[in-house]
Design a protein around this ligand. Structure first.
Ligand code: PEP
Ligand code: MN
Length: 369
């Protein structure tokens, strides 16, 4: 698969989708016809929002939670389309869901594949097969585990089924230990995805990353700063009584305030003075990086000499006293230069690990094995 996926950009999916960023909002789950319609009517008053989301089949971690209203929800979405200007989107997890969407024309404009489904290539392939010859736009959420190739694989499977209206949704990754956020953003992963597929648009889902309304703004601003292409934000007419993800859903008025508060910077500035200045900064960075790499190479060559010297004198590779001394002196120096201690510690550990690896090689060569 080459990196030039022949993808149709979101602004060509439907005539309503001309603006960037693409804003998607709606409840985690469709619960009742009234809740869906009231939420949609309020959301439609927010000009930035173009797509209404609502889950009707809910993949829940534990049985016994609300699992969605099922096919009847499509009738409510059809009403949303009749009564508002909004396009509609739902999550599908099985070929049967796709079949039901196809049997209900006029209810769903866009489908998305959820994080739990993306994590399973068998399920994604079944969905891809069910989508053959269907012109439906598909958004693919990242898998719950931080595995870029699983995400890429899901995108490729859908692409190979002939779908060309494709976008990705970044909803963060399950943490091993509880963290302040429900899911860790790991921004480097969507950035890597963008580097692999430069024309694939990525929508950020700050609701599932945050898990709590307090952090949504912060995460959405990070997404805007990283120049992601849109937002999907869970919004409910009465969040307190939501049957799923109650803690992370905003009221429509809160959504409007949040969207108006996000600062969008220019992804590119064509002003020659700006470009000139930026170029100068980049030269500085290039030159400094080159020096860092040269110094690292020099350090490693000294490490090899030490390794040889220790081997000749029958001394162990790792000496805890020396390591402690390195850590404390370098951390202090880093602090003096206002470098983050956590960053410094990780950097030192990485350099130390590589130094030990090098010395082990020297020892092996010396011992002739
Ligand atoms: C959802 O969008 O409501 C949902 C279930 O999300 P995710 O697949 O990201 O967990
Ligand atoms: Mn949800």
């Amino acid at each position: 698969m080459n990196n030039k996926l022949d993808i149709i950009p979101i602004n060509k999916w439907y005539k309503e989708l001309t603006d960037k960023p693409v804003i998607i909002a709606g409840p985690c789950s469709a619960e009742t016809e009234v809740q869906v319609l009231q939420t949609a009517i309020e959301i439609a008053k927010i000009p930035q929002v173009k797509i209404f989301r609502a889950g009707i089949w809910k993949p829940r971690t534990r049985p016994g939670s609300f699992e969605g209203v099922g096919a009847v929800g499509l009738k409510w979405l059809a009403k949303v389309k009749q009564k508002t200007r909004l396009l509609t989107a739902v999550e599908v997890a099985t070929p049967e869901h796709i079949r039901i969407c196809k049997q209900n024309p006029g209810s769903v404009d866009i489908i998305w594949i959820g994080a739990r489904t993306t994590a399973n290539p068998f399920s994604v392939q079944e969905l891809a097969d069910a989508l053959k010859d269907c012109n439906m736009p598909v958004m693919i959420k990242n898998p719950i585990n931080p595995d870029l190739s699983l995400w890429v694989g899901a995108i490729e499977r859908i692409y190979n089924s002939g779908i060309r209206k494709i976008a990705a949704i970044h909803r963060g990754f399950s943490p091993f230990e509880p963290t302040k956020l429900r899911n860790i953003p790991k921004w480097e992963i969507p950035i890597d995805l963008k580097l692999q597929f430069p024309n694939l648009e990525i929508i950020n889902d700050p609701s599932h990353i945050s898990g709590n309304t307090s952090y949504i703004k912060e995460v959405a601003q990070d997404a805007a700063d990283l120049n992601l292409d849109g937002l999907m934000i869970e919004t409910h007419i009465n969040p307190k009584h939501a049957l799923s993800d109650a803690k992370q859903q905003l009221k429509p008025t809160e959504l409007a305030t949040l969207l108006n508060g996000i600062k969008y910077r220019l992804a590119e500035n064509k002003n020659p003075e700006f470009l000139n200045h930026l170029e100068q900064f980049r030269y500085q960075i290039d030159s400094i990086d080159q020096q860092i790499i040269e110094l690292l190479a020099q350090r490693m060559s000294v490490v090899e000499n030490i390794g040889m010297f220790k081997a000749e004198n029958n001394v162990t590779i790792f000496q805890i006293k020396r390591w402690k001394q390195i850590i404390s002196s370098r951390l202090k120096l880093g602090k003096d230069y206002k470098l983050n201690t956590d960053f410094m510690r990780k950097l030192l550990q990485l350099v130390h690990k590589e130094s030990i690896r090098k010395q082990k090689i020297v020892l092996k060569i010396k011992n002739g094995n």
